[in-house]
Design a protein around this ligand. Structure first.
Ligand code: 5RP
Length: 227
């Protein structure tokens, strides 16, 4: 039996699959909410839907194989019709913090190429201003200490991500620094400053990329379109 939050994830994940049309090239997001989207997508593929997907993590790639969703890559396609992905925090303008699962670089490559981006999440992820969720920043391992010190000067204490007691390594072979800025009133400016730091690969700020958010709450599903 699913708890209330898991049920919400399932509902938003499955609802997003209604937006998928035959022949589409899909961006396949990462995370526990995306899991439900992948499962439903697999069911539709089994019933005859013809799509190809580009996974944003090795975990999602595994689900695609498990559920029978055909995969492709950037040697075969140069555009994506629809990306469906989760998020860690969503502001009123549908700007996002992502990367809680460590897949921010691939997610950003895929989502920025997509003609339409749908974000699936539960209501607890909405906030007026980003910054409640620590911002994940992917950095090159070499010189990571220096990169972290430079990032800290922008107003946070970077924490090197660990998993099972070991330094977490992204699908790209990099490290992730979780940076609690407390409040990010100007996400664009912060993103630009971070991108200028040598050693920073990408930030978890996904700005002006989202077209639709499917939000789950105890009152049901809400579909929010970008203004
Ligand atoms: C991974 C992500 C995920 O989309 C984000 O962490 C949301 O995950 P979940 O659906 O498990 O809350 O950005 O890098």
């Amino acid at each position: 039996m699913l708890n209330e939050q898991e049920l919400m994830k399932k509902q938003v994940g499955e609802r997003a699959v209604d937006f998928v049309e035959d022949g589409m090239i899909l961006g396949l997001g990462s995370g526990s909410t995306a899991y439900w989207m992948m499962k439903k997508l697999g069911e539709r593929v089994t019933k005859g839907l013809s799509v190809m997907g580009i996974p944003t993590s090795t975990r999602t790639e595994g689900w695609a194989k498990e559920f029978g969703v055909p995969l492709t890559d950037f040697t075969q396609v140069d555009k994506i019709d629809l990306a469906i992905d989760g998020a860690n925090e969503i502001d009123e303008n549908l700007n996002l913090t992502k990367g809680g699962g460590g897949s921010l670089v691939r997610e950003k490559i895929v989502n920025s190429l997509a003609e339409k981006v749908i974000i699936i999440a539960d209501k607890s992820k909405m906030s007026t201003t980003l910054g409640h969720y620590p911002l994940p920043i992917e950095v090159v391992p070499f010189g990571m200490e220096i990169t972290a010190n430079t990032i800290a000067k922008l107003g946070c204490t970077p924490v090197l991500r660990k998993k099972n007691g070991e330094t977490y390594i992204s699908d790209n072979g990099n490290y992730i620094l979780d940076c609690h800025f407390k409040s990010i009133p100007n996400a664009q400016k912060l993103h630009e400053k971070l991108k200028l730091i040598v050693g920073v690969v990408e930030t978890g700020l996904f700005l002006n990329m989202t077209d639709v958010v499917i939000l789950g709450s105890d009152l049901g599903l809400e579909i929010i379109e970008a203004k």
